[in-house]
Write a protein that binds this ligand. Structure first.
Ligand SMILES: Nc1nc2c(ncn2[C@@H]2O[C@H](COP(=O)(O)OP(=O)(O)OP(=O)(O)O)[C@@H](O)[C@H]2O)c(=O)[nH]1
Ligand SMILES: [Zn+2]
Length: 350
């Protein structure tokens, strides 16, 4: 599949793609069979607000969205931002119109989080994303390696390609960082800098970042103050218009929104999912034994571990592996990160 086609492509969910099981006896469908809603319209969930969904329906005027609620037949099945859905009813996008979501299409990926590392309640934040952009400032606020390592685990676990975005290069030197993550060949890094006193001046590194986003659905996460909004606003010139549309629907401002919101990149060449309320990822949904597999720089070192090694015990082979330089200059810090996550994850069990 082409890169382009991997974005939120409606063709993927065309009605003709829906497999309807042939009825061999040629009899009428059993009464238990749910309505197939053959004439339902494919749509994309842009935002969720208290049971109201803002949908993008292809063919509508730019900036126009459809408001919908969930059909009762979907029961407790959650509809999340990024979901590909099928809707029936009024899909004109008129302000008073209300459509009905009758189907959630299979998800290509799910990004989950739990409130903390032992919370059993997991939430899906975004469906169908391709990448996770982890936005970190090089200074003001100081970067937190532990936080980045945690986001990397969340990304690998969700099957999203991680992209490290280091902002405020005018305030801090990215070299130490670049070296630290050079061992992680799967992690791409983009460095940006902007002048806070000249908000309309071009942002250094923005084009390199835009390149990485083309044709992809990218979730942006980052702590408050790292410059995430500055980047998102620069990347999505129409962000404010799209946000305005959401306001019309919900009657609430963007700043009160804590859930994710989908923003189209120019020329529909990919999407950004902004996550204003998501500051970090609780990892209670990740099996402790799986965590080390999400540290691709350390995992080869577990070959010589005793059977059933927790990787947080004196016999663990990772200490030697790292001491020998096999995980690069960041090895010791990464191993410390791994163990912090393991401990946080198993806290409750102890
Ligand atoms: N020096 C410098 N300042 C920056 C840069 N990017 C953003 N800033 C400033 O950092 C502050 C925070 O930027 P925002 O874009 O609002 O950060 P945010 O991550 O969206 O933070 P929240 O809005 O709180 O979620 C603002 O004062 C920006 O002007 C940069 O590259 N260099
Ligand atoms: Zn071990």
């Amino acid at each position: 599949m082409s890169r382009r086609a991997r974005a939120f492509d409606y063709r993927e969910y065309d009605e003709s793609d829906v497999r309807v099981r042939p009825n061999r006896r040629g009899s009428r469908p059993r009464t238990k069979t749910r309505p197939t809603h053959k004439d339902a319209t494919p749509a994309r969930v842009l935002a969720v607000d208290r049971g109201r969904y803002t949908l993008l329906v292809p063919g509508l005027e730019p900036g126009r969205t459809v408001t919908a609620m969930k059909a009762r037949e979907l029961g407790r099945k959650g509809v999340v931002v990024g979901d590909a859905v099928a809707v029936v009813g009024d899909v004109s996008g008129d302000p008073d119109a209300l459509a009905r979501i009758v189907r959630i299409e299979p998800r290509r990926s799910v990004l989950r989080r739990t409130a903390d590392d032992t919370d059993p309640v997991e939430r899906v934040i975004v469906a169908n994303a391709d990448q996770l952009a982890i936005v970190t400032a090089l200074a003001d606020p100081e970067p937190r390696r532990g936080m980045i390592d945690r986001c990397l685990v969340a990304a690998f676990d969700a099957g999203l390609a991680p992209l490290l975005v280091l902002t405020k290069a005018d305030l801090g030197d990215p070299r130490a960082f670049l070296e630290a993550y050079s061992e992680l060949t799967d992690v791409r890094v983009v460095v940006t800098a902007s002048d806070p006193h000249a908000p309309s001046a071009p942002i250094e590194g923005l084009e390199a970042l835009a390149q990485q986003l083309r044709g992809q659905v990218t979730v942006f996460v980052g702590h408050s103050g790292v410059g995430k909004s500055t980047l998102v606003n620069a990347l999505v010139p129409t962000a404010h218009r799209a946000i305005g549309a959401v306001n019309d629907v919900t009657g609430r401002g963007r700043h009160t929104s804590t859930s994710a919101i989908v923003l189209p990149l120019p020329d529909d060449d990919g999407w950004i999912v902004d996550t204003p309320g998501v500051r970090s990822f609780g990892l209670a949904h990740v099996q402790p034994t799986a965590i080390v597999t999400h540290f691709p720089d350390l995992e080869p070192g577990t070959q010589h571990c005793p059977r059933g090694c927790s990787h947080d015990e004196p016999e663990c082979a990772l200490d030697e592996f790292v001491a020998a330089g096999n995980a690069g200059p960041a090895g010791p810090a990464r191993l410390a990160s791994l163990r912090r996550l393991l401990r946080a994850r198993t806290e409750r069990a102890e």
